[in-house]
Design a protein around this ligand. Sequence first.
Ligand code: 4AD
Ligand code: MG
Length: 487
Amino acid sequence: MEKDTSNKLFERLKLKMSCECIEWERGSGDMEIKFSVRDILRRGKEISGQNICIFGWVRTRRDSKAGVSFVEVNDGSSVKNLQVILDHGKFGEPGSSEVLSKLHTGASVMVEGVITPSPGKGQEIELVASHVEVYGEADPSTYPLQKKRHSFEFLRQIAHLRPRTNTISAVMRLRSALSLAIHDFFRKRGFYYIHTPIITTSDCEGAGEVFRITTGRDGEEFFGRPTYLTVSGQLQAEIYALALGKVYTFGPAFRAENSNTRRHLAEFWMVEPEVAFYDLNDDIALAKEFITAMIEAMFTECEEELNFFQRFIDENLMDRLNNVLKKGFEIISYTEAIKMLSQHGKELEVAPSWGDDLQSEHEKFLTEVMVRGPVVVIDYPRSLKPFYMRVNDDNNTVAAMDILVPGVGEIVGGSQREERFDVLVEQMRLKGMKLEDYEWYLDLRRYGSVPHAGFGLGLERFIQFLTGVQNIRETIPFPRTPGHALF
Ligand code: 4AD
Ligand code: MG
């Protein structure tokens, strides 16, 4: 058997990309096809008899008395493994075989062999190995992922290994598909993708939850003025909406809120469309269309993952998602929401009261008990919302909209923006803001101002909704929360 071979292998094999699979062409002329495990299982018996080559990690191994070992190999493309058969006649008996002595859970391997209909239960096909190479072993006495199921709390402590589990890899595949579907949605509708800055001088939400940027060197202010990690790309997106019409930004946002909840991160990703000549109704319509389109996209692109989540994470997942497509979104005003909740005061810990923020318990009650579906809450009290939201004619409320969904609560926050110079100035004064820091924002109202609107959708909360995972920390590759930042 050849030893370490990764380099030799790459010399030998010429990589040729095709959209469905990657073909590896041997220098010698005989062709071997490298499919992902996902492709192989999808093709099933159709590729029976083909010589193929897979690369992945051993999930489990079982030695049978019938003279073969069963090795489950996963390459991160599927929740399912490919069963590999190693004949002891060829590879040696478990006690003495060099290959088998290395094939423990976690080891990385290349397996070449022939796809064969499987006589066993549980899989249509299997790979009968002709050649196995072990790239890296995983000592069974120390490799942490031995058990089938570990708690999410435990997995967070080994965030460098947790993507090798079924749940985290499935979530991350869905996250990848969702991110691309988001770009696709906006591209098809004529939006321009604007890269808004990570380093900013403004606190968009005005909540004082910003991380200050410093070099740490004594007395140095690198940019000549205080700067922060962005809490939202909205203000900069507005600049571009008022020039390019329809734009969106999609990137990380940072919030120094000290909330250790299952739906808060200090670093999260937000999608923020911003559209000139849109009012609140247009904004709501766009958000509804967007959420619906993303659910549909996940049904087609992540069917396997959704079935897995339904089975192992949340048995109501499909019903909940289908319900959104069937029932749609109910729109109610904040004032109505407070009235509705007040009728159930006894069932709530915190009594709802006009002028107070909706507690997560209130959001839950509205979406899960009263409406049983997504709710768009509009027209919040002026005092509760940031300076940029358009003041309604009643002078007490603003043209805001939050979208609440069962299981998660608020996933979208948006509004029509205040386009009237005088009203905006008054709003900023009331909120105690320094006007001189926002001259550029006021200029957008001085010169060619237009009604406009937008929203922000939190990617991770949306993934919670789409997968059913309880804690937001399982929806992002590297969660950052108060007291926790790995790597
Ligand atoms: O409601 P928010 O604060 O709205 C804004 O930032 C607006 N500037 C957006 C806009 O109109 N362009 O945040 C928007 C969404 C929330 O609904 C939530 O989904 C998510 O961002 N979000 C968080 N997600 C995870 N962890 C946090 N700490 C979050 N804070 C907000
Ligand atoms: Mg909000």
